[in-house]
Design a protein around this ligand. Structure first.
Ligand code: HXC
Ligand code: NAP
Length: 264
């Protein structure tokens, strides 16, 4: 049950990177359930096709699956152009594609570090430029980057992802400044631990799950729908004077410090 009107984003078009799974599939669902048509992109054409069919059936909106690697600027440029050509416009960009794993910096290879930076940070830049060129520089729009809170405290085994997300937060502010005069708002959402996601499976050993949950001020993990609703706020007219902001949606979790400390 949404807190927002069904027609909040009526007539709008969104591009969601990483939209075939997890949190960003949930964001695509939320945008579509509130009137937007959507194009979702990631590397796996099969997963995207399944997700697009499911979301379209569920919401009655159009959802185009378009496979691309966000590290490939030309490929993501073509996806943004498809949004304009086939759906008529491109009002909202969600930068959600990301890669992560637990690894100590002491043994992390240079290529492993670079890979995460390239997917998360360069991918966010590539898709932002693609949306800017294809539509937003002439018509305005809104960009929402999916960040994290890892770099607020420095979480062990996450130097690569924390560095990537810190750079995304910086990019959020730089682009908000440079593109504000073109009518483009650029913000970020920093989710905390969100239940039943690939990120949680990869990062939180099951034995730690209950310990962490009890220490979170709101005493539970977040849901994909809650990230969807926070995204709706930032995408909507209600946030028309909000740009360069990072909205933390984590039940207060970042304030307890690194969950990895509980391993000791
Ligand atoms: C150490 C690793 C590793 C691991 C890969 N590498 N996995 N190093 N520990 N577990 C190294 C490889 O050895 C290689 O370095 C380099 O990383 C690139 O690996 P590839 O497999 O070639 O990369 P690629 O095929 O591009 O895949 C990217 C990936 C993969 C990140 C490694 O896991 C992926 O595709 N993930 C997408 C889905 C995902 O991660 N979702 C979770 C997002 S959650 P060498 O030196 O050997 O060449 C998230 C949460 C954030 O982001 C915050 C939560 C709180
Ligand atoms: P997820 O389902 O694995 O989402 C990541 C998506 O990125 C996948 O759909 C993946 O699809 C896509 N992707 C990966 N590499 C790509 C590439 N090179 N090009 C294009 N797409 C690529 O994980 P999630 O847990 O829902 O995470 C979603 C977002 O939320 C991420 O930005 C993550 O950092 C953030 N986040 C998650 C949590 C959490 O608790 N889960 C907490 C904080 C932040 P393909 O494999 O098909 O390419």
């Amino acid at each position: 049950m949404s807190s927002f009107r069904d027609d909040l984003l009526a007539g709008q078009v969104a591009l969601v990177t990483g939209g075939g799974s997890g949190i960003c599939k949930g964001i695509a669902r939320a945008l579509m359930a509130h009137g937007a048509d959507v194009i979702i992109t990631s590397r796996s054409a099969e997963r995207l096709a399944d997700a697009a069919a499911e979301l379209a059936t569920e919401t009655g909106r159009r959802c185009i699956p378009a496979a691309a690697d966000v590290r490939d600027a030309a490929a993501i440029g073509a996806v943004a152009q498809r949004a304009v050509d086939e759906l008529g416009r491109l009002d909202v960009l969600i930068n959600g594609a990301a890669g992560n794993f637990l690894a100590p910096a002491a043994t992390l290879s240079s290529n492993a570090f670079r890979t995460v930076l390239e997917i998360d940070t360069v991918g966010t830049f590539n898709a932002s430029r693609a949306a800017f060129d294809a539509w937003m520089k002439r018509n305005g729009g809104t960009i929402i980057n999916v960040s994290a809170t890892l770099h607020y405290t420095g979480v062990p085994l996450q130097a690569h992802a924390g560095a990537a997300k810190a750079a995304i937060d910086a990019l959020t502010r730089h682009l908000a400044f440079e593109w504000g005069p073109s009518g483009i708002r650029v913000n970020a959402i920093a989710p905390g631990p969100i239940g039943d996601t690939e990120g949680m499976k990869r990062l939180l050993p099951p034995a730690m799950s209950e310990k962490l949950r009890k220490r979170i001020p709101l005493q539970r993990f977040g849901t994909v729908d809650e990230i969807g609703e926070a995204t709706l706020f930032l995408a909507s007219e209600a946030a028309r004077y909000v740009t360069g902001a990072v909205l933390v949606v984590d039940g207060g979790a970042w304030m307890i410090g690194s969950p990895m400390d509980m391993l000791g």
